[in-house]
Design a protein. Structure first.
Length: 503
């Protein structure tokens, strides 16, 4: 870039590294005094480790100045995006969070001060440098009080600019690391991402502390959405197997014809479509932990084969002639009452007693409502990070709305509700109107005559069951997933029963 073009874009060319005519130690006229130890602009261009991954947003309404800054910063190795006004800057920042923003103080529409306030609210760890003319120093100082990292006077001194960039980006990175560490310490603690201090959750954590360091088979019971897989992962992370794989399989989500192959694997040609040998979940989890979720949905024949693996540590792939030996810790989970599953024949008695070395029962959310504020805060932090938001909390009305809800989907449902609220919330506090995902279920449903199913004496169990399922589907408007949750059965079981009724 020539000296002439540099002056046109409002960047000072008077610096010790660019003006050999200036006496050593003399300060250029009109330039900002660089801090001691600041690198020269020339030094930046010779560094091999250029910051290619650092994204800078330049906001300047004057085209030549905007273009000049963009060219200079790009030459220094930054990924630079430019905006001509505050509104465009907010749009650019929403597309991808910048690592640093350089914004002019005086702009039409959304000026630098308003832009600063909105940027700090939505991107609190992103530093903002303010550009100002010599006559606007007082405003620049006020901007620093309002959250700006520092300011630069026009024309911009490259040495001063580079010094502030290095210092601001370093401090920003440190702030993000500290924020992440604090969040991890708060959310993870000793027991991973489990959140709660209710008596039920404290008992779960006490049981985890006892069971995790052992290699015992574990059985986890709890309603859908209570966090069975999260507990299983926490057990794995607290065990001696934490460096090994963690493999989770939902038995209810895999067709019966494929479940055996999914768990035990198969040889090439074992069945139609088996074009190559495939490892099953037991082999994939060798040396680590295998979670078999919704184990009561497993066919009795597969349960028998599974029992043999638990007893002997070996199995045979479909189509194989030899046994495969594995070293796996097994965790089984179900959303059914284990004793009811035994009575119904959904769970083999010998398998249950082999699995039931150590049982952890997770409480439903409705029985641990004192944990609701902590859960909400944990999900806010998670989704603020994921979606680039800065929502601080929920107001009392919204919290009361959450408390009134019955939560048939438990913690999983709460997590989904909070994620949607974070997305639709335009401010930093969630209000009741942001909880539209709860719908009419946010308040207790009034009693209706349709809610009471009257079964005449002499009705068969199958007929009574059919009537109950059809009434439940009617109440949910045909929503099978919701009906299955109300009936406390898996979606797969509901489909099977409906198929039998319609057969």
């Amino acid at each position: 870039m020539s000296e002439h073009s540099t002056r046109q874009i409002g960047i000072s060319t008077s610096s010790s590294s660019t003006d050999p005519r200036r006496e050593p130690g003399a300060r250029p006229r009109g330039a900002t005094e660089p801090a001691e130890g600041a690198p020269s602009a020339a030094e930046r261009t010779t560094k091999e480790d250029l910051p290619r991954d650092r994204r800078l947003l330049v906001v300047e309404d004057e085209p030549s100045s905007r273009r000049g800054l963009q060219e200079l910063l790009t030459a220094w190795g930054y990924d630079v995006v430019a905006a001509g006004d505050g509104r465009e800057a907010l749009e650019r920042a929403a597309e991808r969070t910048p690592d640093l923003v350089i914004a002019d103080l005086v702009m039409p529409g959304i000026d630098g001060m308003e832009l600063l306030v909105r940027l700090k609210r939505e991107f609190p760890t992103t530093p903002v440098l303010i550009l100002t003319g010599q006559g606007s120093i007082e405003s620049a100082v006020q901007a620093i009080k309002d959250g700006a990292y520092d300011y630069l006077t026009k024309p911009v001194d490259p040495t001063r600019l580079q010094f502030l960039l290095d210092r601001a980006l370093e401090r920003s990175e440190t702030a993000r690391e500290v924020q992440l560490l604090r969040r991890q310490l708060r959310m993870r603690g000793v027991f991973g991402r489990l959140v709660g201090t209710s008596p039920g959750m404290l008992e779960v954590m006490r049981q985890l502390e006892t069971a995790a360091p052992t290699d015992a088979t574990l059985f986890i019971a709890g309603d859908s959405g209570t966090g069975k897989e999260l507990v299983a992962r926490t057990v794995h992370e607290l065990s001696a197997r934490r460096r090994g794989p963690f493999v989770a399989v939902n038995c209810a989500a895999i067709p019966e014809t494929l479940l055996e192959s999914e768990i035990f694997g198969h040889e090439r040609g074992a069945f139609t479509g088996a074009v190559e040998r495939r490892q099953g979940c037991f082999e994939l989890a060798d040396g680590g932990t295998l979670l078999l979720d919704e184990i009561a949905e497993m066919q009795p024949g597969i349960q028998a084969k599974f029992l043999r693996v638990l007893q002997e540590g070996q199995f045979r792939r479909l189509g194989a002639r030899s046994e495969t030996q594995v070293n796996v810790r097994v965790i089984a989970a179900t959303n059914k009452d284990p004793m009811a599953a035994l009575r119904d024949g959904a769970l083999r008695e010998d398998l249950y007693y082999r699995l039931n070395v150590f049982t952890i029962t997770l409480p439903p959310l409705r029985d641990r409502m004192e944990d609701l504020p902590d859960l909400v805060q944990a999900f806010l932090e998670e989704f603020n990070d994921r979606h680039g938001r800065a929502v601080r909390g929920v107001d009392e009305e919204a919290l009361e709305t959450l408390r009134r809800h019955r939560w048939p989907g438990n913690v999983r449902e709460l997590r989904n509700v909070i994620e949607r609220a974070v997305i639709v919330c335009s401010g930093d506090v969630i209000h009741a109107e942001h909880l539209a995902a709860l719908g009419a279920a946010a308040t207790p449903a009034p009693a209706t005559t349709d809610a009471d199913v009257v079964i005449p004496v002499g009705t068969t169990v199958e007929s009574a069951e059919r009537e109950l399922i059809l009434r439940t589907l009617k109440r949910t408007g045909g929503n099978k997933t919701r009906a299955a949750e109300i009936l406390d059965i898996s979606l797969k079981t509901l489909h099977n029963k409906l198929h039998r009724y319609n057969g």
